[in-house]
Design a protein around this ligand. Structure first.
Ligand code: ATP
Ligand code: MG
Length: 311
C-alpha cells in the first residue's frame, strides 16, 4: 500500500467574482472547495492514475470533516487523526474582469506535542507500507524533528520514504535519510547554502545530498523538467512545451508520477519520465486542479530523456 502524510492539510476554496469593490457587498459568481496540501495532492494524482493509496495526517473541525468526505468520495482512502480546532481554509479569489488572482493562506490549527507523536504511532501500525510520501508545511509551532521521526519509523517498517518539504523541515528531515526527496532549485539551494545556476552546480549539490544518505534526489526545474541524481547515475527529463494554465501542485504531481512509475515496476529512467509528465499535465489545469490520467499518458511519449552519467 502507498501512504501519504499531510500534517497540515487545507481546504482550498476558490471564489469567482466579476470585480472586487471596497465597502459594498460583492457577489460570488461561483465557488468550489477541494482538499489540498502537498501529501493530499500526491494522493489525488495517485488515485487519478489508478494507484490505491491512503491519506494520513491531522484534521480538525467541520472543514476537516469536509476534506475527508471529499477525498473519500473521490476514491482516496483516509486515516486522519482528529485534533481540536479547525482545519485551515486557503482562499483563492479570481477577479474575472481584471484576471487578478488573490491568494489568502491560513496557518492551520496547532497540533499538541502528544498528538504529533500519534502520527508516528500510526505509521508503526500501518499495513504493508510500500511507499510513504510526506509533504507540505508543519502545523504552527511543531518542530521539524517530527518529520525525522516519521521517516525513521517508516523505514523501520521497510517502506520507501519520499520527502517533499522545504527549508528547516527539509534540512532536519533528511537526517532521517529518506529514500527520495524532490526539491525545486530554490529548495535545494537553501539546503546546501549555495546559489545554483548551471546544471553542473545543481548536479554537485544533489550529489552532496546523496552523500548525506538520500538515495535519490529529484530536482524539479519547472519547464526545464527534472534532474534525477542517484549515486553515479544522473538523468534529465525535459517535458514538451505546453500552454501553461496554472502551475499550483505541479511538484506534488511529479512526486505521484515517480511513485506510480516505481510501483508499476519501471526503472528509474521511466519513473522519471512519468514524474515529469505528471507535473506538466497539472500545469494544463485551472486553479488547484491536478493532472488527469489521460493527459499524463499523452505527455509521457513527448518527454525527452537525457543520460548525463550512468556509472
Ligand atoms: N512551465 C512548465 N512547462 C512544462 N512543465 C512544467 C512547467 N512548470 C512545471 N512543469 C512540470 O512540473 C514539474 C514540477 O514543477 P516545479 O519544478 O515547478 O515544482 P515545484 O516548484 O515543486 O512546484 P509546487 O508549487 O507544486 O511545489 C516540472 O519538473 C515539470 O515537469
Ligand atoms: Mg514543490
Amino acid at each position: 500500500m502507498i501512504y501519504t502524510i499531510t500534517l497540515n492539510p487545507a481546504l482550498d476554496r476558490t471564489l469567482w467574482v466579476s470585480e472586487i469593490k471596497e465597502d459594498v457587498s460583492n457577489r460570488i459568481i461561483r465557488e468550489e472547495s477541494y482538499p489540498g496540501g502537498k501529501g493530499i495532492d500526491v494522493s489525488k494524482v495517485l488515485t487519478a492514475l489508478g494507484v490505491p493509496n491512503r491519506a494520513l495526517g491531522f484534521i480538525a473541525g467541520f472543514a476537516g470533516r469536509q476534506l475527508e468526505a471529499q477525498l473519500t468520495r473521490d476514491g482516496t482512502d483516509c486515516s486522519f487523526i482528529p485534533v481540536s480546532g479547525e482545519t485551515r481554509t486557503n482562499v483563492v479569489i479570481h477577479e474575472l474582469g481584471s484576471g487578478r488572482q488573490i491568494i489568502l493562506n491560513s496557518a492551520g490549527p496547532e497540533v499538541k506535542p502528544f498528538e504529533l507523536l500519534e502520527i508516528s504511532d500510526l505509521v508503526r501500525k500501518i499495513e504493508e507500507p510500500e511507499f510513504v510520501s510526506i509533504g507540505g508545511s508543519l502545523p504552527p509551532r511543531a518542530h521539524p524533528e517530527v518529520y525525522r521521526k516519521i521517516i525513521e519509523t517508516a523505514k523501520l517498517r521497510r517502506a520507501k520514504v519520499v520527502l517533499d518539504v522545504d527549508r528547516e523541515a527539509l534540512l532536519v528531515g533528511i537526517r532521517g535519510k529518506p529514500d527520495v526527496i524532490k526539491p525545486n532549485i530554490h529548495e535545494l539551494s537553501a539546503l546546501v547554502g549555495k546559489r545554483l545556476e548551471k546544471r553542473g552546480e545543481i548536479l554537485e549539490a544533489a550529489r552532496e545530498i546523496n552523500r548525506r544518505g538520500v538515495g535519490i534526489v529529484l530536482v524539479s526545474m519547472g519547464p526545464r523538467g527534472i534532474l534525477l541524481v542517484s549515486e553515479g547515475k544522473a538523468y534529465q527529463a525535459v517535458p514538451p512545451e505546453v500552454e501553461v494554465v496554472n502551475t499550483i501542485g505541479a511538484g506534488d504531481s511529479s512526486v505521484a508520477g515517480f511513485i506510480y512509475g516505481l510501483v508499476a515496476g519501471r526503472d528509474l529512467k521511466e519513473a522519471l519520465i512519468w514524474a515529469t509528465a505528471a507535473g506538466t499535465a497539472t500545469t494544463l489545469r485551472q486553479g488547484t486542479a491536478l493532472a488527469t490520467r489521460e493527459d499524463v499518458e499523452r505527455i509521457v511519449p513527448q518527454v525527452r530523456l537525457e543520460t548525463i552519467s550512468e556509472d
